[in-house]
Design a protein around this ligand. Structure first.
Ligand code: FE2
Ligand code: FE2
Length: 487
């Protein structure tokens, strides 16, 4: 049985640690157990260790528990997965599953203990990803690494970035056992280290407990990511930052969009889902002097108007509505879905989710995040700007975290589980917030910034912000192909 087990694992392109093999062989049906195990891995590991098994079993328990408690949307029964459904979204049953969302799960009170748990959870999630790398196998805790006189490897969280006069960087880093200073020679860095990010370090111990890094790893997206293709011919369209209630809401462009969605155009007929990644309305009192920019100065009036606009979309289109920093929920991220007194004005085809939210549409995983942290990325990385938000989204994927910079412009609620960590690599990663538009791929992930339906406000003119309006990015869930239309 052992050799059969090992060859099965090898066939699947991975290896099995002896301890893990013994554990599996004790199962009643080791082969079925392994087959099931592979369906639970978020990212297939290079070597299956006991840690991987524990994590995969934990995911199964967590998913089952979550399914019991999830208040946001009841999973709809899966439809038969067949291509024989015609080429119109009208003919397809919807298949929306919420995989990760803070709504109804918040425990945060802002205590010191909450912060401690939050950062420890972030470290566990991201160090788990890093430890899957071959180069970091057998890594030590910092307390042990400091005492070794050979090559050392460990995973750590940065808490301070210091620059020496000679141009090197010294990172003060920590794990749960100790702290240490790590010298990053200038040949290894490009000024992109930030506090609270999680790194893997391979290096040598030097004098005075200093570790000299030879290689630095970030969690990143592993190579070989493939798009989870849906078995039905449907697409998802993204309508970012609608800002209903603003004087500069673009009603004529909206009417064009509504007309197009009702058309017999091939592309339009396939649109089954619309995702709105935040700033659905303009809100009240979000920035100084906003009242002068408002057409509707009542928050419920704004949501009623939004509900009316969304009801103009074809009935077969399912709408997924997420809040942003202009919406009527707490400003700190992760944000829960809109409250029930707001939800009741919308039609049944609207699903309310939190920010961020990982959801699945026919098996295609979409990470929707409003994108408030892009404000922090713009200041921290020279290649990121309000006209280049995709560069910021790439940095989020590289660090596997939506808002790694704590204490900047993005308010963060220290939930015990860090909902902003990107523990699963999505097929599509969508943000809004910066009122720009773009699509590009990064290591197999389709990154989208979702435009806006609000033209320049006086406040934006004062801050020299020039929005790219009325664009609609669309992703074909069957193939992963994408396009962007302008209305
Ligand atoms: Fe916005
Ligand atoms: Fe925003």
């Amino acid at each position: 049985m052992r050799s059969k087990l090992l060859s099965l694992v090898l066939d699947k392109g991975t290896l099995l640690e002896p301890e893990a093999a013994s554990y599996i062989l004790e199962k009643e049906d080791p082969i079925s157990y392994v087959e099931d195990l592979f369906t639970r891995f978020r990212d297939k590991p290079f070597v299956i260790t006991m840690e991987e098994i524990t994590k995969a079993e934990g995911i199964a328990v967590f998913a089952a528990d979550k399914a019991k408690r999830m208040p946001v949307v009841a999973p709809k029964p899966p439809r038969p997965r067949t291509r024989d459904v015609g080429s119109s979204a009208k003919d397809c049953e919807s298949d929306i599953r919420i995989l990760k969302d803070i709504t109804g799960e918040s425990t945060c009170q802002g205590s010191i203990d909450d912060f401690h748990c939050h950062f420890r959870n972030r470290f566990h999630q991201l160090s788990g990803i890093l430890k899957q790398r071959r180069e970091l196998r057998g890594c030590e805790d910092i307390s042990k690494a400091k005492r070794l006189m050979r090559e050392v490897r460990f995973v750590c969280m940065v808490y301070k970035v210091n620059r020496t006069r000679s141009g090197h960087l010294i990172l003060d880093v920590e794990d749960e056992t100790d702290t240490v200073a790590v010298l990053i020679p200038s040949s290894l860095h490009s000024d992109d280290f930030i506090p609270d990010e999680v790194l893997g370090i391979v290096g040598k111990t030097g004098k005075n407990d200093l570790i000299i890094a030879e290689r630095v790893f970030r969690p990143d997206v592993p190579p070989g990511k493939r798009f989870n293709e849906a078995d039905v011919p449907v697409s998802v369209a993204f309508l970012g930052d609608i800002h209903v209630g603003s004087k500069t809401f673009l009603s004529e462009r909206w009417e064009k969009l509504v007309k197009w969605l009702g058309d017999s155009d091939d592309l339009a007929r396939r649109v089954k889902y619309v995702v709105v990644p935040g700033d659905t309305v303009d809100g009240i009192g979000v920035y100084p002097g906003q009242d002068k920019d408002l057409e509707i100065d009542d928050i419920y009036g704004q949501y009623e108007s939004l509900a009316g606009l969304l009801s103009q979309l074809p009935d077969h289109v399912e709408i997924i509505l997420q809040p942003g920093n202009h919406d009527a929920v707490r400003p700190a991220e992760p944000q829960p879905a809109l409250p029930s007194d707001v939800r009741k004005v919308f039609q049944d085809n609207v699903t309310f989710v939190g920010n961020p939210c990982l959801l699945s549409l026919h098996g295609v995983e979409i990470l929707a995040y409003h994108g408030r942290s892009l404000d922090d990325f713009v200041g921290a990385f020279p290649e990121v700007s309000y006209e280049r938000p995709l560069a910021g989204m790439r940095e989020m994927l590289v660090r596997r975290h939506l808002a790694p910079i704590y204490g900047g412009k993005t308010p963060i609620a220290p939930e015990r589980e860090d909902y902003l960590a990107i523990d699963r690599v999505p097929d599509v990663f969508a943000t809004g917030h910066v009122h720009w538009a773009g699509i590009e791929e990064y290591k197999g992930v389709v990154m989208i910034n979702c435009s806006t339906w609000q033209s320049q406000t006086t406040y934006q003119r004062m801050h020299n912000m020039n929005p790219l309006v009325g664009r609609v990015p669309i992703v074909n869930l069957e193939s992963g192909a994408y396009t962007m239309l302008e209305f």
